[in-house]
Design a protein around this ligand. Structure first.
Ligand SMILES: [Zn+2]
Length: 297
């Protein structure tokens, strides 16, 4: 083959999505914490790096879905020949979702993770509002439904429920990440269930009736009785009311790309993730694509 032709076909191959369906292929579930800052650190991804991750995913033919969609094998947001990817945002800091007040109106801060996501979607057709927010609602340092105090970039307590409800209305998935990021392995069963149930109650207060499907384990640590991560109950000593929870999926903190829900070995109660550290995300998205190991619709 003529060298130029060879080069051209290579470029075309590199730029376009594979077309052979592969429903047993892997699905990358990406894990973010703070979006912003001056440099990338273990729990911080700069705005520029986050934006670059979105570009890389898009260019390689990935389109976003939620964990709930993955469980339901609902790939309607992924065009044929393309691949699903799940973006997960942990810890509910204002860096992920911030409001600014302009002329008495609330706008999403374009420098926050959500602002970057929405701006990216404007110029990238098919980039839908599908991502997962694993939230805390009683943690320190503003990790409380995206900032509960003006000292966290001007965020107001009364904006917290608005943000959570808006996410649900948009089609983003709400996920439990415990009340204040408890190390679940260090506490008795009752405390574990209280942490998880009370966070679920907070989500229900913001988005009444919302069915939570997913929990992310803080630090990836399991409770002594593993099933309490997804199935348990807590009785409020004041009201004597019992609040039960039952989730379908448990997210780990690491472990690489997830198996497909069509794979008999897929375990929804232990879904691995890829942390946003250094170039790991770009590398893994690229490797999955070039080795034909990824899920293709
Ligand atoms: Zn966390």
């Amino acid at each position: 083959m003529d060298r130029r032709l060879l080069l051209l076909s290579w470029c075309l191959l590199g730029a376009s999505a594979p077309v052979t369906p592969n429903h047993l292929g892997r699905i990358p579930v990406l894990e973010y914490h703070v979006i912003g800052g001056d440099k990338n650190e273990l729990y911080t991804r700069t705005a520029a790096s986050f934006r670059a991750d979105l570009e890389t995913a898009y260019r390689l033919g990935y389109r976003p879905i939620t964990i709930a969609q993955m469980l339901d094998k609902d790939f309607r947001d992924v065009p044929a020949g393309m691949s699903p990817v799940v973006f997960v945002f942990d810890d509910a800091s204002d860096s992920q979702f911030r409001y600014v007040e302009r002329n008495g109106k609330l706008e999403i801060d374009p420098t926050s993770g959500m602002g970057i996501w929405l701006d990216f979607a404007k110029t990238h057709p098919g980039w839908n509002n599908r991502a997962v927010f694993c939230m805390l609602n009683g943690a320190a340092a503003g990790h409380n439904f995206f900032g509960d105090n003006p000292k966290f970039h001007g965020q107001k307590k009364e904006w917290r429920f608005l943000k959570v409800k808006w996410l649900a209305d948009q089609g983003f998935e709400l996920c439990d990440h415990t009340l204040w990021h408890m190390k679940l392995n260090e506490y008795p069963d009752a405390a574990v269930q209280e942490q998880i149930a009370r966070n679920a109650m907070g989500i229900d207060s913001a988005a009444p009736g919302y069915k939570i499907r997913t929990i992310a384990l803080p630090y990836g640590l399991w409770p002594k009785h593993r099933s309490l991560a997804w199935d348990g109950a807590w009785t409020d000593p004041k009201t004597k009311q019992t609040h039960a929870y039952r989730f379908d999926a448990v997210l780990e903190v690491a472990g690489g790309a997830s198996r497909s829900p069509y794979d008999p070995q897929f375990d929804s109660k232990s879904i691995p993730r890829i942390q946003a550290i250094g170039d790991d995300i770009a590398k893994q998205l690229q490797t999955l694509a070039s080795s034909n190991a990824r899920f293709v619709k």
